[in-house]
Design a binder for this molecule. Structure first.
Ligand SMILES: C[S@@+](CC[C@H](N)C(=O)[O-])C[C@H]1O[C@@H](n2cnc3c(N)ncnc32)[C@H](O)[C@@H]1O
Length: 433
């Protein structure tokens, strides 16, 4: 009997999202048929599927463990179950090919990311804080650099492409830490299908944003269509609201600053003023009493305690109008910037300015990495391309792992790292047949 065809009690418990004890009860009551192999129980895939079908209220077995979160899912042929993806082993190993520093964490791995991710599961399960991936978009094309050197192929289309992505997403979810996030970059032709796949893998409740990224200058083509100058980035957490979030603000433009802070203070520069009272009256409290000979306007109370108002006034931070109306001064230099919204403009450089086709804008990656990881977090990009994610992660003092199966990508990354003096340990995935 081949133990690869069987699930352990732990596998069954995890898939059903129940405890081991519950699975043991199913086995004892003979609701789930299991066999003993090496003193522990194992359940064959067939038996498990029968169990799911018998106990599911829906026609498709997979929906048993999805019904709790009310996810919908895409149905297509040759779709593997999650347990098949997770339980088949990668029969190969990660072989070091060049080591800059044995102590060093950062690594670039050459190989098909499906097998590489499986191999990484042994050491990095639940450890990766941030994943950014920019996979091929299911375009059916080949991509080359400006000198026509082949970079990578994007030949899988439709459901083959979706299953390719889904299999990797299932493994990536397992690698993500409990505070982890994933950003998936995709175009708008296939992106909406990928959203449904991501809802299925990560849970609809863990979806955070669909970010529209303006990628290039407006287009003026002659097709009967609007110009498409944006793509999308789907952002999910492993656990919504537990994800690392550093609330990085966006600086205001000069025009915005001038509009918001129209006055100029001789010493402190641009400023505006805000009322020192807020809606709601307090009958007995300090903020409802007379301050500096003034009562708060009817139906309102002082926004600060009267002691604080006196302190601000003595510091010259209260501006009195000609008719004796006090307002608090707020300075542009203290403004922390504005909340980032879900439309971002980070254009990529044209093919003649980059080493690798589809190379992404570094400032765009900087925003993602700063917001959703901390120093020393592990950042993973398993469609590394030119290594832009790894490069930016390194600059921001994150640990990182990159994977790509294109020799051109590997050469480009090595060249950039050498030039920028970035230390990295290089590996390749070697299948063992
Ligand atoms: C769109 S490019 C990524 C570009 C990258 N974000 C950048 O800024 O340079 C997609 C990359 O995925 C790689 N890739 C495609 N399928 C892969 C697979 N199965 N395993 C590993 N890498 C793969 C390709 O070789 C290509 O370099």
């Amino acid at each position: 009997m081949n133990s690869n065809n069987f699930l352990t009690v732990d596998d069954v418990a995890k898939t059903l999202k129940v405890t081991r004890q519950t699975v043991s009860k199913y086995i004892q009551k003979k609701e789930l048929n299991a066999v003993k192999i090496n003193k522990s129980y194992r359940v064959s895939y067939k038996e498990f599927e029968n169990f799911l079908t018998t106990n599911s209220i829906a026609a498709e077995p997979e929906t048993l463990y999805l019904k709790k979160s009310r996810n919908c899912f895409l149905d297509y042929s040759d779709k593997l179950s999650e347990s098949e993806i997770l339980n088949s082993r990668a029969l190969g190993l990660l072989r070091p090919i060049e080591s800059n520093n044995k102590e060093l964490f950062n690594r670039l791995i050459f190989g098909d990311n499906y097998f590489v991710l499986k191999s990484l599961l042994d050491d990095y399960r639940n450890k990766v804080d941030l994943i950014y991936i920019d996979p091929p978009f299911g375009t059916g094309q080949d991509f080359a650099n400006i000198d026509a050197d082949h970079a990578y192929s994007d030949k899988l289309v439709n459901s083959e492409f979706l299953e390719f992505i889904r299999k990797r997403l299932v493994l990536l979810r397992e690698l993500m830490s409990e505070q982890g996030s994933i950003y998936l970059h995709i175009d708008k032709k296939i992106g909406h299908y990928v959203k449904i796949i991501m809802d299925e893998v990560f849970g609809y409740e863990n979806f955070i944003n669909d970010i529209t990224r303006i990628k290039c200058n407006p287009k003026n083509f002659s097709r009967n269509a609007y110009g498409n100058y944006s793509d999308m980035v789907l952002f999910y957490a492993k656990n919504r609201d537990k994800n690392i979030w550093n609330e990085i603000k966006e600086p205001m433009t000069k025009d915005e600053l001038e509009e918001m802070f129209p006055k100029i203070h001789p010493k402190h520069g641009r400023y505006t003023t805000n009322p020192i009272h807020a809606p709601g009256s307090t009958l007995d409290g300090d903020t409802g009493k007379k301050w500096n000979g003034l009562m708060p306007p009817k139906g309102r109370h002082w926004r600060y305690s009267r002691e604080e108002l006196t302190r601000l006034d003595m510091l010259g931070l209260i501006e009195w109008s000609g008719n004796g109306n006090p307002r608090k001064m707020v300075f542009a230099k203290e403004h922390k910037g504005k909340k980032v919204q879900d439309v971002w403009e980070f254009k990529d450089k044209g093919l003649s300015y980059v080493e690798y086709p589809t190379q992404k804008n570094h400032d765009f990656l900087k925003r993602i990495i700063l917001n959703s990881s901390n120093e020393n977090s592990i950042v993973l990009d398993c469609f590394a391309g030119s290594g832009s994610t790894l490069f930016v992660a390194d600059q921001l003092k994150r640990k990182w792992i990159g994977v790509d199966n294109s020799t051109h990508s590997f050469e480009v990354i090595k060249k950039v790292f050498k030039k920028e003096k970035i230390k990295c340990n290089y590996f390749e995935y070697v299948p063992l047949d």
